[in-house]
Design a protein around this ligand. Structure first.
Ligand code: PBG
Length: 330
């Protein structure tokens, strides 16, 4: 005789009220950090062709975009600049120019919206004539770790002076968190936070971002500093170092193909964990939705929820505004 089930998990799914009651993970707009692309000029909004719905903004328009996002409840932003080729050099000197596009705009944003949180990006690639995150040895083509620290420290300090709330080193040089912490502290910026890109993988999912900012490496790839997608334990080693070096928050990037890494990082730290839902992850969903192959809105919400469920306390995502609209509708 067949045995009827004594345990029936479906009872906890029998109505919407009960499903909501037992829901383990929830998304709110407080979870979102909205990445933004900044370009030179005025009064221009250019769509990134591989990222439908995402634009490159001149500073004035970027401020408008932030205003709209704030209305939707988004309070944290991560701007990234596209720098004119004429201003790029081997040592990324433009990155510490307080009158340059990026730092002037950061200061403007903080003047207009003192309560929003701005996380600035520390890496040489937007300013580097080599398109790498660190200093490239002109002869060997090697990425020089300790020479890069000098540049990254000055970049971070200039960003703190411009009003950055959080410094986000995305360069993956060894020792940069300790180096930046020290530079900030010695210059009276002990209140400025560091969100370290702790486990940043050498990923194919960054393609649309590099198109948007024209920041692809001129030669070679980033595998000597970004992590091998095959490695998970190595993320824990990077985590331990970032904790020792004084990071306030840690990040896993990309998010979607690295949910296991987010999970294991979360299990091994008391620091807040964030994840970067990167450009290629955004592009994939948009492309499939445009073809009518998936429901774009539902897929977006499921992906964001999965990143949070894996252990992320906050998510950098290009979906921030769209998801905030969905949350507002309820
Ligand atoms: C640069 C940087 C990259 C991204 C954020 N900061 C690209 C890279 O490392 O080549 C990618 C973000 C995205 O794809 O959305 N240091």
């Amino acid at each position: 005789m067949a045995i009827l089930p004594t345990h029936r998990p479906r009872r906890n799914r029998k109505s919407e009220v009960i499903r909501n009651m037992v829901q383990e993970t929830n998304l709110t707009t407080h979870d979102f950090i909205y990445p933004l692309f900044l370009i030179e000029g005025q009064n221009q909004t250019l769509e990134v062709s591989s990222m439908p719905g995402i634009h490159r903004f001149t500073a004035d328009r970027l401020i408008d975009e932030i205003g709209q996002a704030v209305e939707l409840g988004i309070k944290a932003f991560a701007p990234f600049p596209s720098i004119n080729d004429a201003l790029k050099d081997r040592l990324a000197k433009e990155s510490a120019n307080p009158e340059g596009l990026y730092l002037k705009t950061v200061a403007d944003i903080k003047r207009q919206f003192p309560d929003v949180v701005i996380m600035t990006d520390v890496a040489m690639d937007p300013y580097s004539s080599d398109g790498h995150d660190g200093v490239v040895d002109a002869e060997s083509g090697e990425i020089l770790n300790d020479a890069s620290l000098e540049v990254l420290g000055q970049m971070a300090l200039a960003q703190a002076r411009a009003g950055a709330d959080i410094i986000g080193p995305s360069d993956m040089m060894d020792g940069r968190v300790a180096w930046i912490r020290d530079v900030l502290d010695r210059n009276a910026f002990s209140h400025v936070s560091i969100m370290s890109y702790t486990a940043k993988y050498a990923s194919a999912f960054y393609g649309p971002f590099r198109d948007a900012l024209d920041s692809a490496p001129k030669k070679g790839d980033k595998k000597s500093y970004q992590m091998n997608p095959a490695n998970k334990r190595e993320a824990l080693r990077e985590l331990a170092l970032d904790e020792q070096e004084g990071a306030d928050m840690v990040m896993v990037k990309p998010a979607l193909s690295y949910l296991d890494v987010i999970h294991v990082v979360k299990e091994n730290t008391h620091l807040p964990v964030t994840a970067y839902n990167v450009s290629g992850e955004y592009a994939m969903i948009k492309a499939a939705a445009r073809n009518g192959w998936v429901d774009g809105e539902k897929t977006m919400m499921e992906v964001l929820l999965s990143i949070k469920r894996a252990g992320a306390d906050a998510i950098l995502t290009y979906f921030a505004k769209e998801a905030a609209e969905v949350l507002r509708r309820g």
